[in-house]
Ligand binder design. Structure first.
Ligand code: AMP
Ligand code: MG
Length: 521
């Protein structure tokens, strides 16, 4: 393994002078040096071929002992100085103080084909930020993170990536549903990859301590490496920076809504400053369309992070980021202006995105009520979001009510309930939609192609991940690879894999891991 190591974060930003691995509050530093825990029997069980190539590794290298050593944390690569980042955050709306990388250790930054990548182990042992936890990760959550990061990338959603998935050989104690039934599970280590893992919380921690010098250092660093298009040198560069982060965050949320992804824990420490989806925990995919749905049982009561609230929460988080950057500008108006605009910008973009999902490109006043009625109907008949939109591409302009109605019924989890008012509303929607479709210029074939590029056929439903997890717990890793291969081409028909284009089976409706997930990981 011959990486072009080009560390910057731990070269240009202030380090915690204390090199102990004791849990503590860390001041005036962006990170602390940490050595990963030596795992007792590491074993590579899956890697992303895409990431292997992207980072310039060969398959032989990835299967070598040297790779296992470094990417399980057994050995520290020469000329590298691993570290964990210091950050804070608002958790579920409340300021939680210092959090930091409690189980993430950054190994190094490399440059390959002119691209900068930070490589980070998740689950490689305790750090000064581990608070009262162990710094480890279990196999089930590591499989979910590894598969979903790669699946999201192929869906076209901005995300951190995952290079490798290893078993550590150690056992980890977890109370999976926080109900007093703790049990040992297999430990695992994922190597996450992103240009940078800086979060909103990295800025917030300094702001909370009135450490303006370090907010500035971190902002200047982030702009220099990750927003180089900002050439401004006066303090208005921080406004430009904020606007660029806002822009990327808005785009990311829009993509989540497009594919029906629910993050589950949108705390400010889980929002990337690069607008990447980060920290895959109790996430899920909409099956029955429902703005109120969240997969995270820890959030069952208030549903703060429900599907329909994600755009608002992103805005709430951006307010917190604005507060953290404010001392660099000392003027609230420019931040407020951008934050004010977010709502209308988002609504506008969401409208266009939904129109595109329906293959409506021309302007028509009726479209916003058409979309509203559709959302209402999808909810009322508990319709599978992925199946519905994907099947809609097959509708031809000359089709009649029956063809559309049959596909709606086939995607519904409660087809027998489509009667009375629900039926009348669907009739109304179908008739307007068919009329609208006939006003569009595209041929049926062009329509099919366009719709199939925006409406994925395959997403990583929770029950699918759970099947991979159950098999992996019995040392069968084949489903992990089957899903990885499937989700590399989420928009392509894969006839031999049709079983993954189906409604969630009934057994998964209320099963732990399939519809219920906690933050325990
Ligand atoms: P999350 O909301 O899951 O992203 O995690 C919130 C905070 O808890 C972060 O600072 C994590 O690093 C930390 N954390 C979560 N799980 C563990 C663990 N097993 N050991 C140490 N820290 C953890
Ligand atoms: Mg986190």
């Amino acid at each position: 393994m011959d990486f072009n190591i080009q560390d910057t974060y731990n070269k240009e930003l202030p380090a915690d002078p204390n090199k102990n691995n004791q849990r503590r509050q860390v001041f005036e530093a962006c990170y602390s040096y940490v050595t990963p825990k030596i795992p007792s029997n590491p074993k590579l069980i899956h890697f992303s071929e895409e990431m292997q190539k992207t980072l310039g590794l060969s398959k032989n290298e990835i299967n070598s002992t040297a790779f296992i050593d470094v990417f399980s944390g057994r050995k520290v690569l020469e000329n590298t100085n691993p570290y964990s980042m210091c950050y804070g955050g608002h958790q579920f709306g409340h300021w939680a103080g210092q959090l930091g990388d409690g189980r993430a250790i950054n190994l190094m930054e490399i440059i390959h084909e002119n691209k900068r990548w930070a490589l980070q182990l998740k689950g490689a042992g305790p750090t000064p930020y581990s608070r009262n936890a162990d710094g480890l990760a279990v196999l089930r959550s590591s499989i979910r993170e590894h598969l979903c990061s790669e699946a999201m990338y192929h869906l076209g959603v901005p995300t951190t990536r995952s290079l490798s998935l290893m078993l550590s050989g150690d056992e980890v104690l977890r109370d999976m549903m926080y109900d007093g039934n703790a049990d040992y599970e297999k430990g695992a280590i994922v190597c996450r990859v992103a240009p940078s893992f800086i979060r909103f919380g990295n800025f917030q921690i300094f702001a909370s301590r009135n450490d303006i010098l370090n907010i500035k250092k971190l902002a200047d660093y982030t702009i220099k490496y990750f927003y180089p298009e900002i050439k401004e040198t006066t303090k208005s560069k921080y406004i430009e920076f904020f606007n660029a982060v806002l822009d990327r965050t808005l785009k990311m949320i829009l993509e989540w809504q497009r594919v029906g992804f629910v993050h589950g824990v949108m705390n400010t420490d889980n929002l990337s400053i690069l607008g990447l989806t980060i920290d895959y925990g109790p996430y899920g995919w909409l099956e029955g369309f429902d703005f109120n749905w969240t997969p995270n049982t820890t959030d069952r009561q208030h549903k703060r992070y429900r599907f329909g609230n994600q755009p608002n929460i992103a805005l709430w988080n951006l307010y917190q980021l604005a507060n953290a950057l404010y001392p660099l500008v000392n003027e609230a108006a420019p931040f407020e202006e951008s934050l004010e605009k977010y709502k209308s910008d988002y609504a506008e973009k969401y409208f266009v995105m939904m129109k595109n999902k329906l293959c409506l490109f021309s302007g028509n006043k009726i479209d916003s009520s058409l979309i509203e009625l559709l959302e209402k109907n999808l909810i009322a008949s508990e319709t599978d979001m992925t199946l519905f939109f994907r099947n809609l591409s097959k509708i031809n302009k000359s089709d009649q009510f029956d063809q559309v109605f049959n596909l709606i019924k086939s995607a519904s989890y409660q087809p027998e309930e489509i009667k009375d008012e629900i039926l009348i509303n669907w009739e109304e929607w179908i008739s307007i939609y068919l009329k609208r479709l006939n006003e569009e210029q595209l041929t049926d074939k062009e329509k099919l192609e366009k719709m199939n590029k925006i409406n994925p056929k395959y997403v990583l439903r929770n029950y699918m991940a759970q099947l991979a997890i159950d098999a992996a717990n019995d040392e069968d890793y084949s489903i992990i690879d089957e899903l990885y291969q499937l989700l590399k081409n989420p928009y392509t028909e894969q006839i031999e894999k049709e079983k993954w284009f189906a409604k969630r089976p009934e057994w998964a409706r209320n099963k732990v891991g399939c519809s219920m997930l906690s933050c325990s990981s």
